[in-house]
Design a protein around this ligand. Structure first.
Ligand SMILES: CSCCC(=O)C(=O)COP(=O)(O)O
Ligand code: ZN
Length: 241
């Protein structure tokens, strides 16, 4: 980091550019709140641009965060000087805030997929899908919105004829303890664009915030319609084309 940024770390989050991550994260959280994705403080969105990751605070009303609430972390992470000391931040808020408990999960998307953004929702559509698909994966075929999802979240767009598979992991009492099982699911299902967490929600990533957002929208639509189809007794996987 340049010495001017060390002296004035707020320069990392203060910008007139509406597309600066510190401006975008509060805006995205407000729109996700109105979709029911980040109500009751949980869920959120992270953005990584090259060597900097922008992270929202934990346990606060996500629809009310402001740019000065944003944490900036170095990417890759810098090891803390001792195991008992806090993470290394490039910039942290002056308010008494802690970084999102989803940070290690967002890091899975950055490290394992080279993602530029990761969304975590507590959407009831995602949660219902994990309840109606009791196994290790959620699957659906023959839906137009499958075309809005990319292989591994980062590759080429799926075709209408591709089956969409999203792994499901079990929830843990603490969000950060999902890190290893999420990473294992990402390695076992390299073509998946997200990971569902049973009775909790979903993590979805993309090359940038736009792709993470639109893929989350497509997946949420697919979770919703598949739940409705299953409850209506309709098959969600077709063999014929
Ligand atoms: C009622 S939220 C429970 C914790 C959770 O699931 C979560 O996503 C927390 O995220 P945060 O960014 O608030 O640490
Ligand atoms: Zn959560």
């Amino acid at each position: 980091m340049s010495s001017s940024l060390e002296e004035n770390p707020d320069a990392l989050i203060l910008s007139d550019d509406p597309f600066h991550p510190a401006n975008l994260i509060p805006e995205l959280c407000r729109s996700f709140y109105h979709l029911g994705w980040v109500t009751g403080t949980g869920g959120g969105v992270s953005i990584r641009i090259n060597d900097k990751a922008y992270i929202a605070p934990s346990g606060v009303q996500k629809e009310r965060i402001i740019p000065t609430d944003i944490f900036v972390l170095p990417y890759p992470l810098v090891e803390p000087p001792s195991p008992h000391t806090d993470r290394v931040f490039l910039r942290r808020p002056q308010k008494n805030l802690k970084e999102s408990a989803c940070t290690p999960l967002f890091w899975n998307a950055f490290d394992l997929r080279d993602a530029g953004s990761c969304v975590h929702t507590h959407s009831q559509n995602a949660v219902m899908a994990t309840l109606l698909w009791p196994g290790e994966v959620f699957e659906i075929s023959h839906q137009e919105m499958i075309k809005g999802v990319r292989t591994g979240g980062m590759g080429k767009a799926l075709s209408y004829l591709d089956k969409l598979t999203v792994p499901i992991i079990d929830n843990t009492p603490f969000e950060e303890d999902l890190k290893d099982s999420m990473a294992a699911a990402m390695k076992k299902y390299p073509e998946a664009a997200g990971v569902l967490v049973r009775r909790h929600g979903v993590y979805v990533w993309g090359a940038d915030w736009e792709k993470a957002k639109t893929q989350t929208e497509c997946l949420d639509y697919l979770f919703e319609i598949s739940v409705k189809m299953k409850l209506a007794g309709l098959p969600t996987l077709l063999t014929e084309q």
